[in-house]
Design a binder for this molecule. Structure first.
Ligand SMILES: NC(=O)c1ccc[n+]([C@@H]2O[C@H](COP(=O)([O-])OP(=O)(O)OC[C@H]3O[C@@H](n4cnc5c(N)ncnc54)[C@H](O)[C@@H]3O)[C@@H](O)[C@H]2O)c1
Ligand SMILES: [Zn+2]
Length: 1591
């Protein structure tokens, strides 16, 4: 029997112990029994393998042993899978062997995959100190990899393969017939290793793999009957091929192992793809298999090599195609991988971190096997590669470092043209004969095309010259339907889709299959499924083809019946895409009848591409005739004869002219020179005209020969706009032109590109939206756009460009990014479509550096579709005359340090006449026109950093309304300022400078209000101005203006800091029917929390107060309530409308009312909007669109108690909510405390970027409120009722966190001397106490900074320290870092321990003195923040803090006075930007009188000038006219506070007029103490009460 078996033997370690063949059972049994005599043959396998093969195997052994043999055969079946490869799995086998009395002479046979091989091999290595064993691998991976080499191992919880041994098997039997039962995914898994081995070692093998995937799959897909393949004579050619592939791969591994058994250098080569692959595997295991991860790893490592200039794109492309052809993923964006939740964890940092422990590393350096070309590695070992290089390959985004190209003048060629490549592929495939295609584009598009043609069996492809040449053996138009269920997947490859649609009609039906029973299906990704193909389908159907659109009409996927193309008359609408025309032209010669193609629908788009197709058809032997009219004019009718293409033996594909536009544009924009070879005036491609027709007109010097183009840019910044350019003949180049126009002086108008709206994305829109991020304005036109160029220096830096998965968007913006710093291109891989190595070429060939960027989780992709205004977009104020627009505008501008502008005043300056005058002379209509013109002008010229109040009548003109509406929708805030009508009337009575209405004001009010509403996207309630308590009112009004305008403009979004930083955060639910009831306790209520929740559903207007059941509060009431609340707090507000079903008070069906109220919330600038995901989707979308800088909490409430945290539904809700919201909130109901554990586990598992609020209602759910880290809703004992059952107070939660060990108690100190009188311990300890924080603040009084302090700050529970005189300088050397403020002031008053990302702790020194000083000044100045001059007295550390504070307040001048002038001069010199002037005498001002005075000398050192003789030792004599400033609010601050009233303040009290506010040092001290508390705990220090403690 055995004699019939043909076995191929491969030597390893000097012995021919690897036996390969088919159906080897008899051979194995005979070989083992005859050459390895033993008392016991032990077989170990797993249940999967046993099911198929154990019986046969056993039978064979028993047969050979014979019935009277002394030897026995025993077998053990273990469970399959990686979990068996464990210590437990090992001892189970050992115990079984011992039980069965196996002895040292046993022979163990490992029958199975790598798991069995590794496990059983390790058992054999240690059982009885080592017994003989054989590997009988049954998976492809085990055959070619794990069984060869002698490595055995098991896993531990600490990692895979950590414990094991080198133990060589006696034999390795490779029986390829096992593969017939192996699941096909497992087969592919092994193919990854096969491809790998060929890639590093043997190009011939690789070529065979590259072109034979179908045959190789065929060998395992058809079961071999009757042991076919056992002998050479009955082996099929597919079997031969499979065996040779396996043997080839094993031989390489065996050779390498023999040369380097213990893995020192050479053996590392088999780790190609494994450095990165293993890291990916560590994250994705067990869902994604080893080979799949290695497949992705190989591509990434090949890209590393390409990036380093070692491997060409041809190599990367071949590897990619080959792996794909074995159904392996080639990138982490493969749907198989991307759809996994764990895929989110594949961050660059995480992967690099895992790679750090790779066995190949030497020390800190990572090693990667670099390919030089297919079949060869760069070195005979792994190469050291820098982290930055790997990171760049791994990152999904890049940033370009602006510079003059290093390689100027650049000379390069670009990849082959995509259009020509695709056409050539179709032509050569349909033709007769063999064609060698040179310079073919290696990209997604062509890959997809080749794969599809291959699948249709339309042609054979092979490679020559290391992949530089593609050899196509044409199939002469014979095409076959792919197997049932196999769809042709085309990704987002538009050209391929269009061409293939007609190619598929040529497919002829399979003999014997009923017509209608088989179809060819072409499909694509989501975007492809939206791209139109309708006109082509319509034309083909009209011609008799049967085509079905499977999803939406006129789009992919299509199911096409195989019945041939009829031909004859074909009519086609060609105004959308020329690709439809080319598609029919290319296939028409194979129609049954000669074809007459008539283009209808008016304007034919992109004629040059049609001409290109015709020219290429001619090269392949078919002549198309375009008909002419009687007048000799060309008609849109083409005659195509019936014919067969004949391939030319060679076809040279022209370089891509669209691609060439990028390097040329870079030359233009950077003022350098670039020559592109292979593209000139003779080109077939329209985009070849770009240099002459666009760049030359913009001021570049262009030289174009028939085959070459050179562009030399003008000096940087001198490009000129082109007034108008029609780009119809070069549509793809319009994106490049747009990018260049962005920095050209003047307006560029680009026309003729309407079709670009239906490309990979809506490209016109994309360019407009992304340019806006640079601050470049554009106007969208029907068939193009207009770009208003801007000088480079004025462009906004750091823009993050979304590329819409569109290669041209990415490359166009990379041109702009060569001159604008910090630009991020978010999806670098989208260039793969036409220029896969663009980023490498940009760096290596052009000489502009590119770095990898990882988009953080906080990153705002364009996918989050909220309109994000540019943070600096100006704000327009509209509203009735008399609402206080100018006043509000001034206040807002002061708060934001912006410029306030009154449109009426602007008008008067421009027209040199008053508004009233103008109306009087020219009439209302002329005035309205002029006013609208001014509005337009302001929108353009003052587009950033202005608060602009508009005249009340601006909304009277429809055109002005349109302008405002558009501004609000796309550019920035338009704020409607409102005030009650009565207040307006009172105010207008005393004002008469503006035109009279000539109409009753209430009527005007009524008429205009809807217009104001329609034009604005925010509403500012100006009810503050008329209050009872004027001072409190103006202070709170100013605070609110600062908050409101800071938030909506994006200048200072008022979001909760702790939440943003991922720290524990809380909000208090206000459950009052009337919010004013909260005000008496508002400070206590707000203690500790990060935000307040306004429960709108619980509000009840006075008129509904008595009604029972649910009621809906009117919008005016809600608006007024919110306005009142804002007066009392600046905390962010969570705005919630909850229905009964969700645990609230609103009627369940009131969707419309809820939506209106939610919109109102956004209008009023609430920071967080709670939106139930059960609302109608269109409402949610509408809210998302207008949220601006506010955030949406997408919530789901389940009160039924049916939702289970470990059940199915909850994940679905979570995913839905993550899509909708910036924050996810899921609320369930706990039945028992255990439900909280399930909740906790659920939250731990969700690693998405969005913060999640997860809580359980009910008493049993209390634990979840303690554990929840994001925005935990809390209650307060002073509230009338809890917002939800089970709610706890902030304090209770803190105490609970401490008790369960989640909140460590910390020690805080005051360092200084003398400090026994200090109030700091009371301030901080009371604060800790009130908030339930388990901390302690104590005094540490020492003479010097010595061991006591050093010990205190190194304790693990050290929480922070205040530092006072005399230690503020001496502590500095103990610290790791100073904040910029401490650095500038040169002293530290606060020590903060900080945890570093790697878990270490550092000590940071800060200085909060200046914050106290600044706060006390700015709160007194109100909206008159501008300080012309200020005075600081003294030159010590506090004086430094004072100058720093004044510098921050932008004081124009700071006078500095000190007794010792030298000290003052030295101090002044250390603040070069503060404009400090040393003065020698108080009261004699070199310029403006000071409106801010800060005294920093001890009170004993000052005296009032008049009584100088009484106190002769006093250093500073204060003249009586110190407080001479009278023009507006002024402040004096004395930093000394003992006695409470210092001479300084006494003088102020006596001599300063009412405009002076007097601030004592005590207040400043408290302020800085509060600030310390905030920095240490992240919480606001309770205030009022603290004051009491010292007063
Ligand atoms: N020692 C080494 O040098 C080395 C090298 C690479 C991988 N490995 C190890 O190999 C293991 C993975 O091996 P694997 O991929 O073979 O996995 P595996 O052993 O788990 O087999 C894969 C699956 O296929 C089933 N199976 C095996 N053969 C079959 C057949 N002929 N018909 C039907 N089902 C069959 C198995 O029961 C299992 O469910 C890992 O533990 C890995 O660490 C070791
Ligand atoms: Zn491997």
């Amino acid at each position: 029997m055995a004699s019939e078996t043909d076995v191929l033997k491969v030597p390893i370690l000097g012995k021919e112990s690897i036996h390969c063949g088919f159906h080897l059972f008899p051979h194995i049994a005979e070989t083992v029994i005859n050459t390895l005599p033993s008392s016991t043959y032990v077989l170990v396998t797993d249940t999967n393998v046993a099911k198929w093969h154990l019986k046969a195997f056993e039978g064979e052994f028993k047969r050979v042993l014979g019935s009277n043999s002394k030897s026995r055969f025993i077998s053990l079946v273990v469970s399959p899978g990686e979990t068996s490869k464990s210590r437990e799995g090992k001892s189970q086998i050992e115990d079984w062997l011992l039980l069965n009395k196996a002895t040292r002479d046993s022979v163990i046979l490992a029958l199975g995959g790598g798991v069995i091989g590794d496990l059983v091999g390790f058992v054999a290595a240690t059982f009885m100190r080592g017994v003989r064993f054989c590997q009988i691998p049954t998976t492809l991976l085990a055959m070619v990899d794990s069984s060869v080499g002698g490595k055995t191992a098991i896993d531990t919880p600490h990692g895979k393969n950590l414990i094991g041994a080198f133990w060589q098997p006696e034999y390795i039997f490779i029986d390829a017939a096992f593969l017939e039962t192996l699941p096909s995914r497992e087969f592919s898994n092994g193919m990854a290793e096969v491809v790998k081995t060929a890639a590093i070692w043997n190009e011939t093998e690789f070529i065979s793999l590259e072109s034979h995937s179908a045959d190789i799959f065929a060998a395992i897909q058809t079961p071999s009957a009757n042991y076919a393949g056992r002998s050479k004579s009955n082996r099929s050619s597919a079997q031969d091929l499979l065996l040779s592939v396996i043997v080839g791969s094993i031989s390489v591994k065996a050779y390498i192992v023999t040369k380097d058994e213990r893995e020192t250098g050479l053996r590392n080569l088999v780790n190609f793809g494994h450095t990165i692959g293993h890291a990916i595997e560590a994250v994705l295991t067990p869902t994604i298999l080893h080979g799949e991860c290695v497949s992705v790893g190989m591509i990434l490592e090949a890209e590393v090599s390409r990036q380093l200039g070692i491997l060409t794109q041809v190599g990367v492309g071949r590897l990619t195609r080959t792996l794909k052809s074995y159904n392996l993923p080639v990138s982490v964006t493969d749907p198989k991988i991307a759809s996994l939740p764990a895929a989110k964890l594949l961050t660059v940092d995480r992967l690099l971190d895992i790679m750090r422990i790779d066995k190949k590393n030497s020390g800190d350096e990572k090693k990667v096997v670099l390919l030089k070309r297919i079949g060869r590695t760069y070195e005979e070992k792994a190469t050291v590669v820098k982290d930055a290089v790997i990171a760049k390959t791994l990152s999904e985004a890049v940033t370009v470092i602006p510079a003059i190209p290093r390689h100027d003048p650049v000379k390069m060629s670009t990849p082959g043209s995509k259009s020509i490549s695709n056409r050539a592929l179709v032509l050569a495939a349909l033709a007769k004969g063999t064609c060698r295609l040179k310079n073919l584009l290696h990209s997604d598009d062509t890959q997809v095309m080749m794969a599809a043609l291959n699948e249709l069996k339309g042609a054979k492809f092979s490679w020559e010259d290391g992949g530089e040449t593609l050899v196509v053996s044409g199939g002469e138009g014979s095409l076959t339907v792919p197997p049932k269920g196999k769809e042709l997947y085309l990704g987002n490859a538009g050209t391929a889709a269009r061409f293939l649609a007609t190619v598929c009609t040529l497919v002829s039906n399979t003999p014997g299959v009923e017509p209608g029973d088989e179809h060819t299906v072409i499909t694509g990704n989501a975007r492809m499924k939206q791209r139109p193909i309708g006109p082509l389908v319509t034309a083909l159907e009209a011609n008799g083809s049967k085509i079905k659109c499977l999803e939406s009409q006129g789009c992919l996927p299509l199911a096409i019946d195989p019945q041939g193309l009829k031909g004859g008359q074909i009519q086609l609408a060609a105004s959308v895409s020329s690709q439809y025309v080319s598609s029919i032209l290319l296939c028409a010669p194979y129609a049954t009848e000669p074809t007459v193609l008539e283009l209808t629908g008016g304007q034919v788009i992109s004629q040059p591409y049609i001409d290109m197709t015709i020219a290429m058809m001619k090269t392949f032997g078919v002549e198309v005739v375009r008909r002419k009219g009687t007048d000799g004019k060309l008609l849109d009718i083409y005659d195509i004869p019936k014919s067969t293409y004949v391939s030319p033996s060679d076809y040279n594909i022209e370089s891509d002219a669209s691609s060439a536009t990028y390097p040329l544009a870079i030359a233009a924009i950077t003022g350098t020179t670039c020559t592109i070879q292979n593209i000139g005036s003779a080109s077939l491609q329209g985009d070849a005209k770009f240099a002459k027709e666009v760049l030359e007109k913009m001021g570049c010097h262009v030289v174009q020969t028939a085959t070459e183009t050179t562009v030399k840019g003008p000096p940087v910044g001198q490009l000129k706009a082109i007034e108008e350019v029609d780009m119809e003949v070069m549509t793809d180049a319009f994106l490049t032109a747009t990018a260049v126009a962005a920095v050209a002086s003047g307006k560029t108008r680009i026309l003729g590109i309407a079709n670009q709206r239906v490309k990979e994305c809506n490209r016109i829109r994309a360019m407009i939206d992304e340019l806006a991020k640079f601050g470049v304005e554009t106007v969208e036109l029907d068939d193009g756009l207009e770009i208003i160029g801007k000088p480079i220096q004025e462009l906004k830096q750091g823009a993050s460009v979304h590329c819409y998965d569109d290669h041209r968007v990415a490359m166009a913006f990379s041109v702009l990014s060569t001159v604008v710093s910090g630009t991020i291109l978010e999806e670098k891989r989208c260039v793969e479509k036409t220029w896969p190595n663009w980023w490498d070429d940009l760096e290596n060939k052009i000489g502009i550096n590119v770095e990898g960027v990882e988009l953080g989780s906080g990153h705002q992709g364009a996918s989050a579709s909220g309109t994000h205004h540019q943070p600096v977009a100006s704000v327009f104020l509209v509203g009735m005359r008399g609402t206080g627009k100018s006043f509000v505008g001034d206040m807002a501008a002061a708060a934001l340090s912006w410029i306030s502008l009154d449109a009426d005043k602007y008008f008067e300056e421009k027209h040199q006449t008053g508004v009233r005058e103008f109306v009087h002379q020219k009439g209302w209509p002329a005035f309205r026109d002029a006013e609208t013109a001014v509005l337009k002008e302001l929108m353009e010229s003052k587009s950033r950093g202005h608060i602009i109040s508009l005249g009340g009548g601006i909304v009277e003109t429809p055109e002005a309304r349109e302008l405002l509406k558009d501004y609000a929708a796309t550019k920035g805030p338009v704020v409607h300022v409102v005030r009650p009508l009565n207040d307006i009337l009172t105010y207008l009575d005393v004002e008469g400078t503006r035109p009279a209405y000539g109409e009753a004001i209430p009527d005007v009010y009524k008429r205009r209000t809807p217009w104001y509403t329609e034009c604005s996207n925010y509403l500012f309630d100006n009810t503050f101005t008329v209050g009872d308590d004027a001072e409190v009112n103006s202070k709170s009004m100013f605070r609110e203006a600062e908050r409101f305008f800071g938030h909506i403009s994006g200048e200072k979004p008022n979001l909760a800091g702790n939440l943003k930083e991922g720290k524990r955060s809380y909000f208090l639910s206000l459950t009052y029917p009337d919010i004013t009831q909260a005000f008496q306790h508002i400070d206590e209520l707000a203690e500790g929390v990060d935000a307040l929740e306004l429960r709108v559903d619980l509000l009840r207007s006075p008129k509904d107060y008595e009604t029972l059941g649910s009621s809906i509060p009117p919008a005016e009431y809600v608006q007024a309530q919110l306005a009142k609340l804002r007066k009392h707090t600046s905390l962010p507000i969570v705005y919630t409308v909850r229905t009964k079903g969700q645990g609230g008070a609103f009627p369940d069906v009131a969707h419309k009312e809820i939506f209106e109220l939610l919109k109102l919330g956004l209008l009023l600038g609430v920071e967080y909007l709670d939106v139930e995901v059960s609302l109608p989707e269109k409402d949610i979308e509408a809210l998302k669109k207008r949220k601006g800088y506010s955030q949406i909490i997408a919530s789901w409430h389940d009160w039924s108690g049916r939702m289970k945290w470990d059940g199915e539904g909850v994940l679905e809700k979570y995913e839905l909510a993550s899509k909708v919201g910036d924050i996810v909130k899921i609320v369930g109901k706990a039945e028992s405390v255990k439900d909280n554990f399930a909740l906790h586990q659920f939250v731990e598992k969700q690693q998405g970027p969005k913060p999640i609020i997860a809580i359980n209602m009910g008493l049993e759910g209390q634990l979840s409120r303690i554990l929840n880290a994001t925005f935990s809703p809390v209650s307060h004992p002073l509230l009338p009722n809890k917002a939800a059952p089970g709610q706890l107070s902030f304090k209770q939660i803190q105490e609970a966190l401490h008790l369960v060990g989640l909140q460590q108690s910390q020690q805080f100190y005051l360092f200084g001397n003398p400090i026994s009188q200090s109030m700091s311990p009371t301030l901080h300890n009371t604060g800790f106490n009130l908030l339930g924080l388990p901390h302690r603040y104590s005094l540490l009084e020492t003479k010097e900074v010595g061991d006591e302090i050093k010990i205190a700050i190194t304790q693990p529970d050290f929480g922070g320290a205040s530092v006072t005189i005399p230690h503020k300088l001496e502590v500095v050397p103990l610290l790791d870092r100073l904040t910029p403020a401490a650095e500038a002031i040169g002293a530290v008053n606060t020590i903060i321990p900080q945890i570093t990302p790697d878990g270490g702790r550092i000590l940071v020194g800060d200085n909060t003195d200046w914050i106290g000083i600044r706060a006390s000044i700015s709160s007194r100045l109100g909206n008159q923040k501008a300080i012309k001059a200020a005075l600081v007295i003294g030159a010590g550390g506090t004086a430094r803090a004072a100058i720093y504070a004044l510098q921050d307040l932008k004081a124009e001048k700071v006078y500095l006075y000190n007794r010792t002038i030298g000290k003052a001069t030295d101090l002044a010199a250390t603040f070069p930007e503060a404009n400090v002037e040393v003065i020698t005498q108080l009261g004699q001002w070199p310029g403006a009188k000071p409106s801010v005075i800060v005294g920093t000398v001890p009170s004993s050192a000052t005296t009032v000038a008049s009584d100088a003789h009484e106190n002769p030792t006093a250093a500073v004599h204060l003249p009586t006219d110190l407080y001479g400033y009278r023009e507006g609010p002024a402040v004096v601050v004395d930093m000394a506070y003992r006695p409470a009233i210092t001479p300084f303040l006494e003088l102020a009290k006596k001599s300063a007029a009412g405009n002076w506010a007097i601030v004592s040092g005590l207040e400043v001290l408290l302020e800085q103490g509060y600030e310390q508390f905030r920095i240490w705990t992240g919480r606001t220090c309770p205030r009022e009460k603290r004051y009491d403690a010292f007063a």
